[in-house]
Design a binder for this molecule. Structure first.
Ligand SMILES: *[C@@H]1O[C@H](CO)[C@@H](O)[C@H](O)[C@H]1NC(C)=O
Ligand SMILES: *[C@@H]1O[C@H](CO)[C@@H](O)[C@H](O)[C@H]1NC(C)=O
Ligand SMILES: *[C@@H]1O[C@H](CO)[C@@H](O)[C@H](O)[C@H]1NC(C)=O
Ligand SMILES: *[C@@H]1O[C@H](CO)[C@@H](O)[C@H](O)[C@H]1NC(C)=O
Ligand SMILES: *[C@@H]1O[C@H](CO)[C@@H](O)[C@H](O)[C@H]1NC(C)=O
Ligand SMILES: *[C@@H]1O[C@H](CO)[C@@H](O)[C@H](O)[C@H]1NC(C)=O
Ligand SMILES: *[C@@H]1O[C@H](CO)[C@@H](O)[C@H](O)[C@H]1NC(C)=O
Length: 257
């Protein structure tokens, strides 16, 4: 009997103790949660009022304009439609030579855009020793997306310098867009070109921004230089399935500083 009483009392004591402990723990837990919530709110307020947020939102808007995920089906079918139109054209295998001079360089995107849409293979010759400045386009919204359907060669005889310091903020040098279902692998080739003075975040994002629905392409750089580049040289979307084993980017005899 006595043993039973002792047992009962000790069980009661234990229950009481655990209730006290439990409510104590809840209190502590509640106050920790409160503190975390407060510091989150403070951080959020700080972020909300910062210049960083403004920049972040500009960058996000830029991405969304070019390639938000919910626009992929629309972009894919646009690409396919353009590609099918190109295949119907007769002068399909023509290679168009274009000289880029100081006077047409400000319209470089537009020249690329118009000519890729025509479906020609392009040979772009940078015929001057140096280029700089912002792009100024009449009918394109910057940064323009260049949809690529055929090979393009970017060439200069004597290692021309393309100075990127004056590009538009919150953009990139070129956004190349590759859709799926092209019959021939597409090569973008760069020979003897020096890219110089690419500024730091957050003003510009990448030199090359590749939005791709396929891996059936290759960027090939030969004798190219990247001097005083303070941001990412190349950013590519990955495709969903691998169709081949060759690399998507090759740098041959290139120099980085
Ligand atoms: C802990 O927070 C909850 C919900 O906010 C509240 O209902 C509860 O009374 C609090 N407990 C203590 C011990 O402060
Ligand atoms: C942050 O800013 C948005 C509007 O830009 C506002 O709706 C929101 O209440 C703000 N939040 C804080 C915690 O200041
Ligand atoms: C480009 O420039 C070279 C040399 O100046 C010239 O021979 C060629 O015809 C030009 N090509 C075009 C398409 O203007
Ligand atoms: C590109 O095409 C547009 C629309 O056809 C035209 O207005 C513009 O002048 C062309 N630009 C160049 C550089 O050829
Ligand atoms: C490229 O331009 C340079 C300078 O104008 C010229 O001498 C050369 O012939 C051109 N090359 C090609 C392949 O068009
Ligand atoms: C595209 O470039 C690759 C690699 O240089 C070449 O093998 C292929 O024939 C080119 N395609 C066309 C249509 O000329
Ligand atoms: C330019 O490129 C061609 C083709 O790759 C190469 O033969 C030539 O030597 C290069 N010139 C310079 C100055 O790098």
């Amino acid at each position: 009997m006595i043993i039973l009483k002792i047992l009962l009392i000790s069980i009661l004591c234990l229950l009481l103790l655990s209730t006290v402990c439990f409510s104590y723990n809840i209190k502590e837990y509640n106050s920790t949660v409160k503190n975390i919530k407060k510091s989150n709110d403070d951080l959020y307020k700080e972020w909300n009022n910062s210049k960083e947020k403004e920049r972040y939102e500009k960058i996000r808007a830029q991405y969304n304009k070019i390639y938000s995920f919910d626009k992929i089906p629309e972009k894919a079918s646009n690409y396919e439609e353009q590609y099918n139109n190109i295949l119907k054209k007769r002068d399909n295998n023509k290679v168009v030579n274009i000289n880029i001079t100081k006077s047409n360089y400000p319209r470089f995107y537009e020249i690329l855009y118009n000519n890729t849409l025509e479906g020609h293979e392009l040979f772009i010759n940078f015929s001057e020793s140096k280029y700089s400045g912002a792009f100024n386009e009449d009918h394109l919204e910057l940064p323009a997306t260049i949809s690529v359907f055929k090979n393009i060669t970017f060439y200069s005889e004597k290692s021309t310098i393309i100075d990127l310091a004056k590009l538009k903020e919150f953009s990139w040098f070129i956004n190349f867009n590759f859709g799926a279902n092209v019959q021939e692998k597409i090569y973008l080739k760069f020979y003897n070109i020096t890219f110089k003075n690419y500024p730091n975040y957050p003003y510009l994002l990448y030199i090359f921004y590749l939005t791709t629905l396929t891996d059936n392409y290759q960027l090939y750089f030969e004798n190219c230089k990247f001097i005083n580049v303070k941001n990412v040289i190349l950013n590519a979307f990955s495709c969903t399935s691998a169709t081949q084993n060759e690399p998507q980017v090759l740098m041959n005899n290139c120099y980085f500083e």
